[in-house]
Ligand binder design. Structure first.
Ligand code: ZN
Length: 211
């Protein structure tokens, strides 16, 4: 996947009210974003290794949008021109480390940008095949065969096009960049031996073991 060699990953925090509430956070007045480096990507169903420096590593399943054109200062009304492909991913988060950083008013990168923290689905699905409306997609995460997270993109606080427009004011979108659009409620810890499976509509988008 040569196009992945030069890209950035933009992740959105607190984009579902029920998830913001479960972590005791207020709902943001504008999109909250952060970056993961390319070295964070875990591809194609590789196993995930929990870093030894965290005791509370959480899964967060998220709809992922791949930009297939560049965009700077794009308006929300034009943002849908920038993508056609939809994926699913996990934003692995060292929650204990993140809580310490948040309390200290420090950036989250140590808790969010580590190796393997950005799981990507094995396929990208044309939005047209999913019904054409990015705000009407259902996705879920199963842990050891049980559903632990269920999301519907209609519940986003900021819709995909608003996220793309907002980020483009600060950072130019390049072809191949990825947008993790935030996680719904139900986040929780992983343990060695867990099996995680992400679904978008009826499709299994990724499946991986936790080591
Ligand atoms: Zn997230």
């Amino acid at each position: 996947m040569a196009h992945l060699c030069r890209m950035k990953i933009v992740c959105i925090g607190r984009n579902y009210a029920d998830h913001a509430a479960e972590l005791g956070n207020t709902v943001p007045s504008e999109p909250l974003f952060f970056f993961k480096p390319e070295s964070a990507v875990l591809h194609q169903d590789h196993p995930f290794t929990i870093p030894e420096w965290t005791q509370d590593c959480h899964y967060e399943v998220e709809l992922v949008v791949r930009l297939d054109r560049a965009a700077k200062w794009i308006e929300q009304g034009h943002a849908s021109r920038c993508y056609t492909q939809i994926g699913l991913g996990l934003d692995f988060t060292a929650r204990d480390v993140q809580q310490q950083l948040k309390k200290a008013g420090k950036p989250w990168e140590k808790a969010k940008a580590f190796d393997g923290s950005a799981v990507l689905s094995r396929e990208w699905v044309p939005l047209t095949e999913l019904g054409g409306d990015v705000q009407d997609l259902r996705f879920s995460l199963l842990k050891n065969g049980e559903v632990v997270q269920e999301g519907h993109t209609a519940d986003m606080l900021f819709p995909v096009d608003a996220l793309i427009a907002h980020v483009s004011r600060y950072s130019t979108w390049k072809t191949g960049d990825l947008l993790f659009t935030g996680t719904p409620a139900g986040v929780g810890p992983v343990q060695s031996g867990d099996h995680l499976e992400g679904r978008l509509g009826g499709r299994t988008m990724f499946a991986l073991d936790v080591l």
